[in-house]
Structures are given as structure tokens and as C-alpha cells.
Design a protein around this ligand. Sequence first.
Ligand SMILES: *[C@@H]1O[C@H](CO)[C@@H](O)[C@H](O)[C@H]1NC(C)=O
Ligand SMILES: *[C@@H]1O[C@H](CO)[C@@H](O)[C@H](O)[C@H]1NC(C)=O
Ligand SMILES: *[C@@H]1O[C@H](CO)[C@@H](O)[C@H](O)[C@H]1NC(C)=O
Ligand SMILES: *[C@@H]1O[C@H](CO)[C@@H](O)[C@H](O)[C@H]1NC(C)=O
Ligand SMILES: *[C@@H]1O[C@H](CO)[C@@H](O)[C@H](O)[C@H]1NC(C)=O
Ligand SMILES: *[C@@H]1O[C@H](CO)[C@@H](O)[C@H](O)[C@H]1NC(C)=O
Ligand SMILES: *[C@@H]1O[C@H](CO)[C@@H](O)[C@H](O)[C@H]1NC(C)=O
Ligand SMILES: *[C@@H]1O[C@H](CO)[C@@H](O)[C@H](O)[C@H]1NC(C)=O
Ligand SMILES: *[C@@H]1O[C@H](CO)[C@@H](O)[C@H](O)[C@H]1NC(C)=O
Ligand SMILES: *[C@@H]1O[C@H](CO)[C@@H](O)[C@H](O)[C@H]1NC(C)=O
Ligand SMILES: *[C@@H]1O[C@H](CO)[C@@H](O)[C@H](O)[C@H]1NC(C)=O
Ligand SMILES: *[C@@H]1O[C@H](CO)[C@@H](O)[C@H](O)[C@H]1NC(C)=O
Length: 362
Amino acid sequence: MKFSKVLGAVVSLAGLAAAVPTPEGGLGTNGSEPFYHPLSDFDFQSINLALNQEWIELDLFNYGLARFSVEEFEAAGLDAEDRYLIQFMAEQEIGHAQLLTNILGENAAKQCTYQYNFTTVREFIDFCQKLTRFGESGVYGFLEHLNSRDAAQLLLQSITTEARQQMIFRQFEGLFPMPVWFETGITQSMAWTLLAPYIVSCPAENPRIEWTNFPALNITNNPNATGYYNDSIIGNDTTPAITHNRSEPLSYAGREVFFTWDAPGQNVSYNNSYVTNTTAGDARFVVWLSQLNVTYTELTDINGRSGKTYQPGDTVFGDSTAPIVNGTMFVAITDVNITVTPSNISALNDHIVAGPALYQSG
Ligand SMILES: *[C@@H]1O[C@H](CO)[C@@H](O)[C@H](O)[C@H]1NC(C)=O
Ligand SMILES: *[C@@H]1O[C@H](CO)[C@@H](O)[C@H](O)[C@H]1NC(C)=O
Ligand SMILES: *[C@@H]1O[C@H](CO)[C@@H](O)[C@H](O)[C@H]1NC(C)=O
Ligand SMILES: *[C@@H]1O[C@H](CO)[C@@H](O)[C@H](O)[C@H]1NC(C)=O
Ligand SMILES: *[C@@H]1O[C@H](CO)[C@@H](O)[C@H](O)[C@H]1NC(C)=O
Ligand SMILES: *[C@@H]1O[C@H](CO)[C@@H](O)[C@H](O)[C@H]1NC(C)=O
Ligand SMILES: *[C@@H]1O[C@H](CO)[C@@H](O)[C@H](O)[C@H]1NC(C)=O
Ligand SMILES: *[C@@H]1O[C@H](CO)[C@@H](O)[C@H](O)[C@H]1NC(C)=O
Ligand SMILES: *[C@@H]1O[C@H](CO)[C@@H](O)[C@H](O)[C@H]1NC(C)=O
Ligand SMILES: *[C@@H]1O[C@H](CO)[C@@H](O)[C@H](O)[C@H]1NC(C)=O
Ligand SMILES: *[C@@H]1O[C@H](CO)[C@@H](O)[C@H](O)[C@H]1NC(C)=O
Ligand SMILES: *[C@@H]1O[C@H](CO)[C@@H](O)[C@H](O)[C@H]1NC(C)=O
């Protein structure tokens, strides 16, 4: 006994045997060489969509820094150190785009040209927190479903960085930095629907994005968080800060929310080369995607492609837990109210009439 123990130590020191004890189970832990590349079309299309997202973020952060003057940033409460943080985020995007390009290989999407509709620093910051919200949630929706666990590992390590960017932009906007207990996931088709309008033209060799682009959804009374109030009144002050209490007037349970949406068959995105589509039936419900939950409210006052609903007041785990609807979250119009949970959220794709849109609930 004694002898073999000593021998074991000697052998182990020589690097020849004796792994540290590991509980049974797990995947990808048997010592085989990781393979950081797509193993399916699903993998390629998911990661290539994420790459398109990284490219726009790189462009957006640099564009905003160049577009607005120092005086305009200062008037929005953002000083030189804040601007350097945005510049550093752009540099992070260079790294993320490089990583995903390495994963995808020579067919990886190249950078495109983009269009933005913001006209002030506050609107730029608001757009950044919204774009990074669907970038982050778009990856959470598919990460666990990739065939390549090794590629998922690398993507996870970039998307956690993007999550930090999203929160920092909320802080720059004077919002409560993280008003949820859980960050939600959405499907690739939902993320693509949200990203598509901002891409104007792409290199001809970029691979075609194979996810569905749903008809656009407009929340016509979306809470507007871009107002700038430097009045030190709690609940009203929206200067950049680590945190501000912001409940009302952004949103509350029972709030009426109004929608209009497009018919399918519209050409969208770069070179107008994608056509919106849906396989859903008639519009009947509004789906609210937030936290761990997919909840529905009835769509009423339906008139052609418009309607309204009321913001639900459900909480994640029941009384005294977090309200499901909070932060920058997702709503869409559906034909049915099927039950789905975070790991099978893609079952919703067949039932999306229009959307999602980002709802600025808190
Ligand atoms: C080790 O794990 C990899 C990935 O999980 C698998 O493809 C491979 O067949 C396994 N090799 C052995 C020897 O079990
Ligand atoms: C807020 O207002 C105060 C007092 O008018 C001013 O000194 C300060 O620079 C302003 N801060 C921001 C971030 O706008
Ligand atoms: C920009 O366009 C989006 C989507 O079309 C819209 O929701 C948003 O209100 C617009 N922003 C501004 C500042 O006009
Ligand atoms: C959304 O609705 C609002 C209010 O009717 C309107 O001002 C805005 O232009 C609409 N946006 C889009 C993208 O349709
Ligand atoms: C949001 O509010 C700001 C400030 O009150 C205003 O300038 C802007 O036009 C509003 N944006 C929208 C899309 O209504
Ligand atoms: C607080 O903000 C709202 C806009 O959300 C503004 O209309 C109002 O005047 C502000 N209230 C005070 C007391 O400054
Ligand atoms: C901030 O909001 C919380 C939750 O509503 C409340 O308990 C707290 O008193 C607020 N803080 C201040 C300083 O108003
Ligand atoms: C969102 O969370 C914040 C912070 O906990 C809270 O003040 C606010 O009331 C919540 N909003 C809604 C719509 O529940
Ligand atoms: C719309 O997109 C389809 C599919 O890419 C394309 O065949 C068609 O020419 C486009 N139509 C217009 C008007 O650009
Ligand atoms: C929309 O999707 C349906 C079902 O997949 C398909 O039959 C139809 O051709 C699509 N329409 C367009 C314009 O792509
Ligand atoms: C929200 O999701 C969690 C996790 O799936 C679940 O336990 C909870 O019951 C859901 N809450 C509601 C109100 O549906
Ligand atoms: C679906 O809607 C019906 C009423 O139309 C309701 O009874 C049912 O509880 C809803 N189910 C879900 C999962 O929201």
C-alpha cells in the first residue's frame, strides 16, 4: 500500500498518469482536443448572426464617439473618462469579431455599413443599451443548443463582456442598472428581426442569414428614457450614475400598451435582400419575454394591424419576488399562447405574427 502510494506520486509527478479525482459525468472532459468550430449549419448560422451583431457594435460605439462633440457629451453628463470607456468597448468588439471570425473561418461575415436614427447623445446611449440588450439575449437563446460546446465556451466568454456593456449604458442613461433577477434569452429569428433594419449594405460574399425575419412591431407609446433631468429628485434625476431609482414614470403593471405592426412580405435589411415572413395565424396575444418567463396578455381593440394590451403584473416566483416585466425587454404579437420555457423558446417562432420589439419597461 505504502509503496504503491509513493510510486503513484512519482508517476504523477512524471506526468504519466493519475488525474485528479473527478465526479462521474460531464461532457468534453475526457482529455480530447477541443474543436472551436461549427459542427452544424445551426452552429454556423447562429455564430454568424452573433458576428453580425459584433460588427455593428464596433461601428456604433465608434460612430457615436465621432458623431457628437465633447460639449454634447459633457452636457449629457459624460466626461472624458466615460468616453474612454465607450472607446474601450469598441476595442472589445474588435476582439469579439476576431474571435467569431476565427471560429467560423473564411466564410465568416465581414463588416457592413449601418444606419442609425438617433440625433442626440442621450438617444445614442439609449440605442446602445437597447442594441446590446438584444445582442446579449440573442446569444443566451441559442448558446445551450449549439452542437459545438467548445465554440459555445468561447462565445460565452465574449457575451458576458457584452452583458457588462449593456449595464454600463443603462448607468450612462441614469436607469436602474439591473432591475431583473435573470437576463432573458430570445431566438435567433427574434434577434435577426431586431438587428436587420440597421444594416444597409454588406460585402457580396457575406453568407446569407438563414433565420426568419418577422414583420416589424411598433410600440407606439414605448416609455421614453432619454429625457435628461439633472434635478437631484429621486425617481426623476436621470444623470449618469451607478444607480438611480427609476420606477414610474417609465412603466407599471396595468399600463395600456399600444401596437402597430407590418404585414409580411416587406423587403428589409442590407441591399433590401431579405423578406419578412410569418407562419402564424391571426393576431390574438401579446407575449412578454423577460427574466425566466414567457407570459401572455390578450391583445384587444384589434383593428387591422393595430391593437392594445395591458402590462402584466406577474412576479417571477410569486408574491414578494421580482416583477417579470422590468428593464429593457421583449414583446411580440402571437396567434396562440402556448407554454414555453427558457430551453424551448424557439417553439414560439412558428407563432410570431410580428416583432419582437424592445419595451423600455424600466
Ligand atoms: C471524448 O469526448 C469527445 C467530446 O465529448 C468525444 O467526441 C470523444 O469521442 C470522446 N473520446 C473518448 C475516447 O471517449
Ligand atoms: C447638474 O447640475 C449641477 C447644478 O446645476 C451642475 O453643477 C452639474 O454640472 C450638472 N451635472 C450634470 C452631470 O449634468
Ligand atoms: C428609431 O427607430 C426605432 C425603430 O424603428 C424606433 O423605435 C425609435 O423610436 C426611433 N428612435 C428615434 C430617436 O427616433
Ligand atoms: C411608431 O409609432 C409612432 C407613434 O405612432 C410613430 O411616431 C413612429 O414613427 C412609428 N415608428 C415606426 C418605425 O413605425
Ligand atoms: C423622448 O423624450 C425626449 C425628452 O423629453 C424627447 O426629446 C424625445 O423626442 C422623445 N423621443 C421619442 C421617441 O418620443
Ligand atoms: C420628472 O420627469 C418628467 C419626465 O419623465 C418630467 O415631465 C417632470 O417635469 C419631472 N418632474 C420634476 C418634478 O422635475
Ligand atoms: C428606492 O426604491 C426602493 C424600492 O422602491 C425604495 O424602497 C427606496 O426607499 C428608494 N430609495 C430612495 C432613496 O428613495
Ligand atoms: C423595476 O425594478 C425597479 C428596481 O427594483 C423598481 O423600482 C421598479 O418599480 C420596477 N418596475 C416595474 C415596472 O415593476
Ligand atoms: C426583395 O428580396 C428578394 C429576396 O432577396 C429579392 O428577390 C427581391 O428582388 C427584393 N425586392 C426588392 C424590391 O428589392
Ligand atoms: C414564408 O414562409 C412560408 C412557410 O415557410 C413559405 O412557404 C413562403 O414561401 C415564405 N414567404 C416568403 C415571402 O419568403
Ligand atoms: C417564471 O419562470 C420560472 C422558471 O421557469 C417559474 O418557476 C415561474 O413559475 C414562472 N413564473 C410565472 C409567473 O409564470
Ligand atoms: C391562454 O389564454 C386562455 C384564454 O384565452 C387562458 O385561459 C390560458 O390560461 C392562457 N394560457 C397561457 C399559457 O397564457
